[in-house]
Design a protein around this ligand. Structure first.
Ligand SMILES: *Cc1c(COP(=O)(O)O)cnc(C)c1O
Length: 398
């Protein structure tokens, strides 16, 4: 048995089997490619699920983290640290938010957003029966609160009862949302571009109407930008292209480009009425190590003009994927913006999961979203040549 299979067998004996993993053991990465332990190269259009935005083996990023390791890794949130202050200033400014709370993951950022919304409403009227409206086919994470607002029964049901008073509406259907609003509604939560659910951007008109509804009724709009934020859509945060601002934003994935960190952020108005000392906390969250990574990530976003690259290469990828769609009857639709796009497969003709498996065999990492979508979420530093290479391997794999 070769070394790779030996590792895989070992893994399956010790790791809890919550993932059906692809049979690859990665060893290292460089630029937009990963290499397995046998030295085989894979062009990466997954980026660790929209995390590794700035490419692998990024020397300046690695050096920034190493320098912080030698200086100070952790102090707890009972004290101040310079990287956390800098990261909060920069990230808050990028999102147009006044207040930042750092978390260790996306799900934890969602928990914080939910708590903030509930506390805001509680401060207003002192009652404890507030409701949150979430969207069908949404994905917000695996903890009990995040799961409760995830619009996919399959993920939720075995773990019920989750947190209560959640209502579900149809994404991009304003009337459906309106029909779920009551005088107990404290928040509406959605992804600006649904990721795991199959790459569905919010319609402009829909999001604008939701914003207006929230303003009229003092309902908080929570936008989950954990996947679509940090430049992936071509704007730093996807809502910036809609001309609206949420009251609370969640971020994670590419925020630290590989170190475990996320954030929930809010306007001053929400902060004034939401979490106070003693209401919320985290031991690790936003420690000097992970926040030094955020500072370096945001610095590189500016210096390397990442948003320009996403727009240019994203448009190019859009055109190339249109060609791929036209060349194959098994592809029925193409959605997305920037470097967050999806091709919809007719699973009866060709299951998306099979295409993904085949592509990985052929040295291209692409993963699925929903049951029938292949999603393209590469590092944000890819070039047009990388896109050409991707479509070649993809065509062959289909
Ligand atoms: C990945 C994801 C989450 C959960 O983030 P974790 O870091 O895995 O907890 C939440 N919302 C969206 C939109 C995501 O893509």
């Amino acid at each position: 048995m070769d070394k790779m299979n030996e590792y895989i067998n070992e893994a399956e004996q010790v790791l809890l089997h919550t993932y059906n993993r692809f049979p690859v053991v990665f060893d290292h990465g460089k630029g937009v490619c990963l290499y397995d332990i046998n030295g085989k190269e894979y062009l990466d259009f997954c980026a660790g699920i929209a995390v590794f935005a700035l490419g692998y083996g990024n020397e300046e990023y690695n050096n920034a983290i190493k320098a912080q390791v030698d200086k100070l890794i952790h102090t707890s949130n009972l004290f101040y640290s310079v990287p956390a202050i800098e990261a909060a200033k920069k990230l808050g400014a990028a999102a147009g938010m006044d207040r930042v709370f750092f978390t260790n993951s996306g799900a934890e950022a969602i928990e914080g957003a939910i708590k903030s919304a509930r506390k805001y409403a509680y401060t207003k009227d002192g009652s404890t029966d507030h409701e949150i409206i979430a969207m069908e086919h949404s994905f917000h994470g695996r903890t009990m609160g995040a799961l409760a607002v995830t619009g996919n029964k399959k993920y939720r049901e075995p773990f019920e009862p989750l947190i209560g008073n959640i209502r579900y509406a149809v994404f991009n259907d304003y009337e459906s949302v309106l029909s779920q609003v009551t005088d107990k509604t404290c928040a509406i939560i959605m992804e600006t571009i649904q990721g795991e659910g199959g790459i569905y951007p919010a319609d402009k008109d829909f999001l604008k109407k939701i914003r207006k509804l929230c303003d009229e009724k003092d309902i908080l709009l929570i936008l989950d930008e954990i996947q679509c934020g940090m430049g992936r859509s071509g704007s730093m945060f996807a809502y910036q292209a809609y001309g609206i601002k949420p009251d609370i934003v969640t971020a994670a994935k590419a925020v630290g480009c590989g170190v475990p960190v996320g954030a929930f952020m809010m306007t001053q108005k929400v902060a004034d009425m939401a979490l106070k000392p003693g209401d919320h906390g985290t031991t690790y969250g936003g420690n000097p190590l992970v926040t030094s990574a955020i500072c370096e990530v945001l610095k590189q976003f500016e210096e390397r003009r990442i948003l320009d690259n996403v727009k240019e290469v994203g448009d190019y990828m859009y055109d190339r994927l249109e060609e791929v769609m036209k060349a194959h009857d098994c592809i029925t639709a193409h959605r997305g913006v920037g470097l967050m796009q999806g091709l919809v497969f007719d699973n009866d003709l060709k299951p998306a999961s099979e295409v993904s498996k085949k592509a990985i065999e052929n040295g291209l990492i692409v993963i699925t979203a929903g049951s029938n979508v292949i999603r393209f979420i590469p590092p944000l530093v890819i070039t047009k040549e990388d896109v050409d290479r991707m479509t070649d391997i993809l065509n062959r794999s289909i």
